[in-house]
Design a protein around this ligand. Structure first.
Ligand SMILES: Cc1cc2nc3c(=O)[nH]c(=O)nc-3n(C[C@H](O)[C@H](O)[C@H](O)COP(=O)(O)OP(=O)(O)OC[C@H]3O[C@@H](n4cnc5c(N)ncnc54)[C@H](O)[C@@H]3O)c2cc1C
Length: 452
């Protein structure tokens, strides 16, 4: 029996070695799919348009230490990502840290624990109780399907009343989704409430996970592991076209020329798939074309002092041009970065807005009057350096009845697959779901090839 199973696995490895899979995109989803496939001996090539892997979770160096271009942390429910970090030998660097949230609406209100909520004088005592009940209900709600038919606005008004909606939620949802705000599904907001509510320690304070020295370390170790397993990684190589013949995928075209593959897995936004796969049928194109994505521009500031005691500040003032301020060095020790303080200012927007193109200094100039309202005495001279990071496809817009729009993993072209963050619904995008989604995509391909 044992002989037979050994024989079978070597046969599978030899056979599957003949199967060639191209992965478009070297973010976490692409890396995870490559991991699953290469572990079964499949010949995998990752094509990544940027010079490094990592996608939205990529990082840059601050005084020699990796820092994510866009703020990143994990919730206690993000077990697939935590398991990966442990597997890559980085358990000792990973830590769960107590953090805190505040809400700015003319003044800063601490909103981290149930006790903070009771002290939240912006709304009446009865409204605070209703808001508390909403948090509790959200963490235990199992059946989210009925929420699909409700907008976040209608659901929140029903749960906590018109005043709490307009005083607390509306500015937040507008800041994030702009003109889409009134169409956002209740599922999206429920999921956010659930996530934040469940990532708590015994004292009810929020606990978030971070890899000391940056998540980039995990991505680097993962890339080394994939390479050692024979995964071919072509960075600086955008896929320009996906080719098919007779209804089946045949390969891809890149700067390296045309190459044949048995399967192609696209891990980018659906809009990119539509651009590079011209033979997709019109009805599928129409469906995918309806999925909207917001862009993000993130200003990272190196500051000579602490701005506040808050890690995560939600902005509840509609005239302010950003969604949140994340003081990274209120979670990580500034000593890690040579004693400097680091803060992100995040802004979701349409990529056509002029602010999407602004430099760090231009964003700082625009934000300075607002920062001076939030932080007493704020002066741009406190800021030693700025970086502005921008990406076009950062947040799918989750509208009503989104499950009907949700693109299936299989496209109408045989052996052309899609695994993108627009598909992790009802969850919202995140590194954890990228790990899971890439793994599932790899498993689907193995199943199709009878290699599971
Ligand atoms: C502002 C912000 C904050 C976030 N905060 C958190 C957080 O705190 N915690 C968390 O878990 N997650 C967070 N995320 C989400 C997380 O970064 C993503 O969910 C995850 O990294 C998505 O990985 P992905 O591989 O699916 O997509 P991506 O990272 O977008 O990867 C897609 C890749 O495809 C490449 N590509 C595109 N077109 C082509 C082409 N034609 N050819 C080849 N390559 C191509 C892109 O360059 C990119 O590398 C945040 C994201 C943003 C934007």
């Amino acid at each position: 029996m044992r002989f037979l199973s050994l024989y079978n696995s070597s046969l599978i490895t030899r056979w599957s070695g003949q199967m060639r899979v191209a992965i478009v995109g070297g973010g976490i989803t692409g890396m995870s799919a490559a991991d699953t496939l290469s572990a079964r001996g499949v010949e995998v090539t990752i094509f990544e348009q940027e010079d490094v892997l990592g996608g939205l979770a990529g990082s840059f160096l601050v005084n020699g230490v990796r820092l994510e271009r866009f703020y990143h942390h994990l919730f206690t429910s993000d077990t697939a990502m935590v398991d990966l970090i442990y597997r890559l030998g980085l358990r000792d660097e990973f830590e769960w840290l107590p953090t805190n949230n505040s809400y700015y609406a003319g003044r800063t209100y601490r909103l981290s624990t149930p006790l903070d909520l009771l002290r939240f004088t912006r709304i009446s005592f009865l409204e605070r109780i209703r808001l508390g009940i909403l948090y509790l209900r959200s963490t235990s709600l199992g059946d989210w399907q009925p929420l699909e038919k409700l907008t976040a606005r209608d659901w929140l008004i029903h749960q906590v009343g018109e005043h709490v909606y307009s005083a607390v939620w509306e500015p937040l949802i507008r800041a994030k989704f702009g003109s889409y705000a009134d169409d956002i599904s209740a599922v999206w907001i429920w999921n956010k409430l659930k996530l934040r509510g469940s990532s708590r320690g015994k004292g009810q304070e929020e606990r978030l996970g971070y890899l000391r020295g940056g998540f980039g370390q995990a991505l680097e170790a993962w890339e080394a592991e994939l390479r050692s397993r024979g995964v071919r990684i072509e960075t600086g190589t955008p896929v320009e076209e996906i080719r098919s013949a007779g209804g089946s995928v045949t390969g891809v075209v890149t700067r390296l020329g045309a190459e044949t593959f048995d399967h192609v897995l696209v891990t980018t936004a659906p809009q990119i798939l539509l651009r590079i796969a011209p033979t997709l049928p019109p009805d599928y194109r129409t469906r995918l074309g309806q999925i909207e994505y917001l862009a993000n521009v993130c200003l990272v500031m190196e500051v000579d002092r602490k701005l506040s005691d808050t890690y995560w500040l939600n902005i509840g003032v509609q005239e302010m041009p950003f969604t949140g301020i994340i003081e990274h060095t209120n979670m990580q020790n500034p000593e890690m970065y040579g004693g400097v303080h680091l803060a992100y200012i995040s802004r979701y927007l349409a990529h056509t807005e002029p602010a999407y193109q602004k430099t760090g200094d231009e964003l700082l100039a625009e934000y300075t009057p607002h920062l001076a309202r939030i932080y007493r005495g704020f002066d741009p001279s406190w800021v030693r350096r700025t970086w502005a990071w921008r990406e076009r496809y950062t947040q799918p817009v989750i509208g009503l009845n989104y499950s009907q729009l949700l693109p299936p993993p299989e496209t109408p072209i045989a052996n052309l697959w899609l695994a993108d963050m627009a598909q992790v619904y009802p969850q919202d995008r995140g590194m954890n779901y990228a790990v899971i989604s890439g793994r599932q995509a790899g498993e689907r391909i193995l199943k199709r090839a009878n290699l599971e």
